[in-house]
Write a new protein. Sequence first.
Length: 101
Amino acid sequence: MDKKNKKTIEFIDFGEYLEERLKNPKFKEYYDEYGKQFEIAYQILQLRKKRRMSQAQLAKKIGAKQSNVARIEAGQQNLTTDTLQKIATAFNLDLKIEFVK
């Protein structure tokens, strides 16, 4: 295989990326409003990938469509505690929601 055609995959540290992006006032305003929703979406995506599960497989386990899982992972769906519990169960995990100061 020609070395020119090889693709290099670079991984970035999400924390560092987020820290840099939060320096932008407009991004920070948006993140402050929707950030937790995106954090949850990112956690679900990472869990699914870690378990080597497709969106369709997760959707089947939670009684939803694949397109719903795609929206969840994109942070475009406001999740109910019922849906979060179904997702936790699909990954054989406990759901813990808490308020902290």
